[in-house]
Ligand binder design. Structure first.
Ligand SMILES: Nc1ncnc2c1ncn2[C@@H]1O[C@H](COP(=O)(O)OP(=O)(O)OP(=O)(O)O)[C@@H](O)[C@H]1O
Ligand SMILES: [Mg+2]
Length: 250
């Protein structure tokens, strides 16, 4: 049984760039084993808000808590060290790297040959393939394949599996399905639910309300930087947005 306690919490967070107030007085919680969907039009401040959660931006004012303890991230690495993992639209991986190598970027397993330490390709490949298959991505069975040869959905799924494998507690996905076809999008949404099942707190930004409905436990709508609604009735929003997702601008 997963303990659905709050992992990360924002209290009265504001973020301005110079005179421009982009995120305005946001208070919200992300809970273990739940998916929070963040909706809102282009320029509403969604990406800025999650960058504040992930240590990319420092809030101009307000507080951030993890496990009830107030924290302050100086850089994204601080957030990563606390288990906050952001997966970007294209999976954030390098096309010319193999699956095994990209899975272990920065934490490469090594083996010794005489006095030399070399990258342990076999262990990396085996571990990466096992981790992605455990998330239900059975089409990836060879760690030597290059990232560039994977579909957009597979790259996303691989990046999510990597976050889960390395113990992420908060998984942030900024428009994970925006560039994907219907089948690939549903595949990624299934992996999102796998991450949720493993107890991660997941935040999904999406313009596609049907995707939000498919995975969300909670819904928040941002309008011009302010939280317009948390756990609102999404039907009204669906009627105005369904079928016409605006293109992302980031
Ligand atoms: N580093 C920055 N400096 C100045 N203004 C910024 C910066 N980052 C974002 N903004 C502004 O903040 C507003 C919100 O941008 P943000 O990218 O957070 O929106 P969004 O909700 O993610 O939009 P989209 O759905 O198009 O991705 C925009 O007006 C944007 O121009
Ligand atoms: Mg954005």
């Amino acid at each position: 049984m997963i303990d659905k306690t709050s992992v990360q919490e924002l209290r009265n967070v504001n973020k301005s760039f110079g005179p421009i107030d982009v995120v305005h007085d946001i208070s919200l919680k992300v809970n273990a084993g739940e998916v929070l969907c963040l909706l809102g039009d282009n320029g509403a401040g969604k990406s800025t808000l999650i960058k504040t959660l992930a240590g990319v931006h420092k809030p101009t004012s307000g507080q951030i808590f993890m496990d009830g303890e107030e924290i302050s991230f100086e850089r994204p690495k601080d957030a990563q060290d606390r288990g906050i993992s952001t997966v970007h639209q294209f999976g954030g991986t390098f096309p010319l790297m193999s699956i095994g190598r990209s899975f272990f970027v920065g934490v490469e397993p090594t083996r010794k040959i005489g006095p030399f330490k070399i990258f342990d390709r076999k262990t990396a490949n085996e571990t990466a393939v096992k981790a992605v298959q455990a998330m239900g991505i059975t089409r990836i069975d060879n760690g030597d394949r290059l990232i560039g040869g994977l579909s957009g959905g597979e790259r996303q799924s691989l990046a999510i599996a990597r976050s889960v494998h390395f113990g992420a507690r908060v998984l942030i996905l900024d428009e994970p399905t925006a560039a994907l076809g219907v089948k690939q999008a549903s595949h990624v949404l299934r992996i999102v639910l796998e991450a949720r099942k493993r107890g991660l707190a997941v935040i999904v930004i999406t313009h596609q309300v049907t995707h939000a409905m498919a995975v969300g436990d909670h819904f928040a709508v941002l309008i011009r930087g302010a939280l317009a609604s948390l756990d609102m009735e999404v039907e009204g929003y669906m009627e105005t947005h369904e079928g016409h997702p605006p293109p992302p601008t980031h």
